[in-house]
Design a protein around this ligand. Sequence first.
Ligand SMILES: Nc1nc2c(ncn2[C@@H]2O[C@H](COP(=O)(O)OP(=O)(O)OP(=O)(O)O)[C@@H](O)[C@H]2O)c(=O)[nH]1
Ligand SMILES: [Mg+2]
Length: 564
Amino acid sequence: MLVSAKTQDLLTRERTLLSDLQAFLELQGAPPETVEHARVALRTLDEAFLLVVVGEFNAGKSSFVNALLGASVLPEGVTPTTDRIYVLVHGEKPGQMEPTRDPFVSRLTYPLPSLEGVALVDTPGTNAIIRQHQALTEGFLPRADLLLFLTSADRPFTESERQFLSLAAKWGRSVIMVVNKADLLETPAQKEQVKEFVQAGARGVLGLTPPVVLISARQEQRGGDVGFAALRALLQARLSEGERMRLKFSSPLNTASELLNGEAQRSEAARTTLMEDQRFLQELEAQREHHRETMLGELDGQLNRVNRLLAEFEVRADKFIDDKLRFSNLRGLMNSRELEEQFRREAVADLPEAIDRQFGSMIDRFVESNMHFWEDVQAFLIRRQPSGEVARTRFSYDRASLLEGIAGSAKDHLENTTEQELARRLSKDAEEAMMGAMGGLAGGLIGGVSIGAIIGATALDFTGGILAGLALGSLGLFVLPNKRLQAHRQLREKITQLREALERIVRREYEREQERADARLNDAVSPYTRFTQQEQTRLQDAATRTADLQTRLNALKNEIQALA
Ligand SMILES: Nc1nc2c(ncn2[C@@H]2O[C@H](COP(=O)(O)OP(=O)(O)OP(=O)(O)O)[C@@H](O)[C@H]2O)c(=O)[nH]1
Ligand SMILES: [Mg+2]
């Protein structure tokens, strides 16, 4: 084909546009077959013009091709017959079938003088029980430059044909409707009726009325058919050099339009998904906040209960001091071991156990609330299933694996952090802190004792203070009342000290727990947060690039239209 400078320029721009489109789709992580369509669109610019025969199985596509060639080249049959795509190209002699890089596409040469420069393609029928046939033909659609859409006169334009034609329209293919087996229609009125029916049906799908020709491949094979002759003439006109070039240039652009539309839809779906994802992250943060508040409420309650225990101890100890530090009890006061034992029994009483129980229940609540939070995280994730429109894009794969990461981390936490372990860690921390705070007083205690035991020991330690100086037996008249006052004061100081230490420890444990939970959530979620930000930027860029490609595409389409 002689190419003018103007068409050469068009061709160059079209190539650039198609290869830009391919690069763009790859960059956006479009599904592989979309990228492949773009690659093929670019390649077809250098390939022969493809006149592709499509239609339901048994419509007579292979018979049509054979009739057109005037030879029995392709198998015909009453059942679904053609199981591959045959590309017939002009050659001097009937040639051998050659395989192509596609295992379902065969190429063969045949003298096609009337169709020089055009490859005639027979396809497997649609709506056959063998699903793969339809898939093959659908996959080949975007490569077609002109479609001969065959329907059979005995069942013209079926529902499945309407659907298939919609697909062709989606890809922007040019179509000639051919009603085969016209020999089955007995009267001209019947023929007219069928023709009008097919015209109306096709118009409904394409928005314009394509040429509709009634033929009989069988009669053509048996000596000649008027309809067939008309079709040959129509093809001749539609396949003139100029017209062919126009179609050849526009089909890849129509493919490109469809690919761009698809990408725009995927971007839109991804944008929606990302918006929902961000809402999800906010919900998660709100959940975290709720968890924090629950814990804070718990904390105040726990501190109140600990304080009450200490206040009760204080009442008992005050009473003990008043009862024991009396002249009537001088003998008892001299026996420090006995006095200590009494103090343990009457004043300390069940304080250590009660404190331990209180700590135990606090730790249980921490652990429980922690587990609940992670269960909530998991429940949220289950609700965040990827949406269908973005399926098989890089976006959906990346997103799914990040969500899996969070779910995995929640699951891992729930499975591997046993409650006992968490409880042990918490109580060990608290004991160490208590030992540190009361270390000087609770001397003699070694690690691994409970908070209650430390408090008990500290309380007992206090008796030593009360008794100091009493052992000498040199008691003046005012010594005991003084000693009592002093003891009450010491007791108050001691209890204040205990209360402050306990409060400090409980608060510190609470804060540590919050920090751990924050860090864990942050570790789990931050790659995902980064991803949503990254993808938003990508989608913004993509919108600009799409608009640019669209503009170039429309400009080229208009110029090609004007070629005719
Ligand atoms: N009456 C009549 N029968 C025809 C005509 N053309 C084809 N047939 C018959 O219709 C049947 C199907 O023909 P094929 O050419 O194999 O149909 P196809 O569309 O290629 O079918 P698949 O390859 O299965 O998709 C065969 O029995 C043909 O003889 C025709 O013009 N008139
Ligand atoms: Mg066939």
